[in-house]
Ligand binder design. Sequence first.
Ligand SMILES: NC(=O)c1ccc[n+]([C@@H]2O[C@H](COP(=O)([O-])OP(=O)(O)OC[C@H]3O[C@@H](n4cnc5c(N)ncnc54)[C@H](OP(=O)(O)O)[C@@H]3O)[C@@H](O)[C@H]2O)c1
Length: 262
Amino acid sequence: MDHSRKKAVIVGASTGIGRALAKKLSSEGYVVGLTGRSLERLEKLQKELPAESIARELDVRDLREAMHTLRNLIMILHGMDLIIINAGVHFQNERLNWNSEEEMIKVNALGFAGIANVAANYFAEHHAGCIVGISSVASHRGSGRAPAYNASKAFMSNYMEGLRQKFSATPIKVIDIRPGFVDTEMIRGRKGLFGIISPEQAANDIYQAIQKGKRIAYVPSWWKIVMWFFTRLPESLYHWGYRRYLAWDQGPFRAYEKAKPS
Ligand SMILES: NC(=O)c1ccc[n+]([C@@H]2O[C@H](COP(=O)([O-])OP(=O)(O)OC[C@H]3O[C@@H](n4cnc5c(N)ncnc54)[C@H](OP(=O)(O)O)[C@@H]3O)[C@@H](O)[C@H]2O)c1
């Protein structure tokens, strides 16, 4: 392995934004550590990368094991300069099915915190490094369709602010990435979305944010303006808009039935 190259680990590299980021970082000369639940998909991705990479199976639902795997991966890579914590799940969950709620919290919130903990401790010991968390514009407000998803992203963004405060007098960077809509499996089939960008464009924007050492980056950047207005909407107006959206999406009767907890 070429020890002079920078090393990045991507948690959740097998599809979508993580996959595009793996390609981007590899083309920029990083040695990349790829992780995800499917080793087969990661090995397929490895064949497409121009630079050296290492793939490891890792499931953040089994968090202690995942943290152990990450520590090992850092050792095998002979260090880490950058970690992208991208693993995430999203389920539309009008009926508040607990399995779905629990999985979103486990992967997006608890999984994120466990992985960030390993990375933060590693970087603190080495007095350098960069943690990038892929949160969402959804972190700003609650969602009746996916309460656990938006809450888990709010957790991520708040946690990253805490880490930024902790490391504020050090060279360690913590970057909160808030994408809008990116054309991946996660949003397929959802209606009424706008401003959708490709995973490659998202990866380019995220790479720019890392290069510039930003604290928070909206992807694309115009989402910052949208969210400025969105966060200022009174709650009554926000809920009215949500009910109108459900009625448009599903028809009035199905909307009511679906919104009712079973
Ligand atoms: N697409 C959007 O519009 C959008 C918008 C805002 C934010 N985001 C966020 O962007 C991130 C990437 O999402 P995406 O859009 O690229 O969707 P995606 O294609 O479904 O990617 C999700 C990634 O997470 C990994 N993952 C899922 N569960 C995991 C687990 N238990 N352990 C380890 N890895 C796991 C998946 O790999 P395996 O399946 O191999 O495990 C995959 O690499 C997510 O955090 C998502 O919340 C997406």
